[in-house]
Design a protein around this ligand. Structure first.
Ligand SMILES: [Zn+2]
Length: 313
């Protein structure tokens, strides 16, 4: 009995000494690598859960922690310091956050991002209601968008915080798409006026000077004014042709051609690939002409159509 008391007493003393020298902590390893100690595993896991995995930031789709910490209960010397903050930062730095947004696009061109599907639908409904004629001509689509780089999005395309601001951003792209579409014939975009000047005769005009209706449009401009290509294409004629005088013909896609007549000087040569806005000739009064002007035609499969459907509207 006495012996037992001595034994228990010694054990208590040993335990007391141990507790003075040691403490019970959790040794943490991440991907097999020891990273330190935390005093309270449950408190620490709660912290990770609240501030990394389920952090209260908007638009988070999910957070991916590539390596979860592993805990092992150990006795550590009292002098051993725990390093919760360091371990937390390590986990936080390696966590990859994926954000979810909704992308609104016009004919496939991204116009604006919004935070929820409700906002996306409200924005589209609102613009269709406010600008029906414009939106009927374009295709507006909404899709989910995931990114790990939300700051980069903010730098390029706006993430709208309200339906109103989203609509403003969207309208800008609808306007430019609608403008492009209304100046496009079978995939050929007439983006540039060949010369700027006064329109002196329109398509279909029936003036005493001619024996047929006018099959193009005339734009008066001073002698030597730059004439530029109205659309991308290939020069297929550069020379004189009857009443046209000095003429450039550019052949575009899908059987579409543009004619530039009465030039004083031809600059582009047959075979040249030209872009809209490239100089091709200079204004003059060669051929059947009564003054310095450009005679401009758009043809589809050889037949002239009214250029003012696409340019000089
Ligand atoms: Zn003419």
């Amino acid at each position: 009995m006495k012996l037992l008391k001595i034994a228990i007493g010694s054990l208590i003393i040993i335990l007391a000494i141990m507790l003075l020298k040691y403490k019970i902590v959790y040794k943490v390893t991440i991907s097999g690598q020891e990273v330190g100690y935390v005093s309270n595993k449950y408190k620490f896991e709660k912290l990770i859960n609240e501030q990394i995995i389920n952090k209260n930031e908007s638009n988070i789709a999910y957070v991916n922690i590539s390596a979860f910490p592993q805990y092992k209960l150990v006795l550590a010397s009292n002098s051993e310091e725990t390093n919760e903050e360091e371990i937390f930062n390590k986990i936080d730095n390696e966590a990859v956050t994926t954000y979810k947004l909704y992308e609104i696009a016009v004919d496939g061109n991204i116009a604006v991002y919004v935070n929820s599907v409700e906002e996306a639908e409200a924005t589209v409904a609102s613009i269709k209601n406010d600008y029906k004629a414009k939106t009927d001509e374009v295709d507006i689509s909404v899709r989910e968008f995931y990114t790990q780089d939300i700051n980069n999005i903010n730098a390029t395309v706006q993430v709208a915080s309200t339906v109103e601001t989203a609509e403003v951003e969207l309208l800008e792209v609808v306007n430019s798409q609608q403008k492009i579409k209304s100046a496009t014939l079978d995939g050929v975009y007439f983006g540039v006026k060949p010369v700027s000047g006064t329109i002196t005769s329109r398509f279909g005009a029936n003036e005493s000077i001619r024996d047929h209706t006018h099959k193009g449009m005339d734009i008066a401009a001073p002698y030597g004014t730059k004439i530029v290509a109205a659309a991308d294409g290939k020069v297929t004629y550069s020379g004189t042709m009857g009443g046209y005088g000095n003429l450039i013909i550019i052949t575009h896609e899908n059987g579409i051609q543009t004619y530039y007549g009465h030039c004083s000087k031809l600059i582009a040569k047959v075979g040249d690939e030209v872009k809209a806005g490239d100089e091709i000739a200079k204004v003059g009064s060669t051929g059947f002409s009564t003054g310095n002007h450009l005679h401009f035609e758009i043809r589809k499969n050889g037949s002239q159509i009214n250029p003012q459907k696409y340019l000089y509207k």
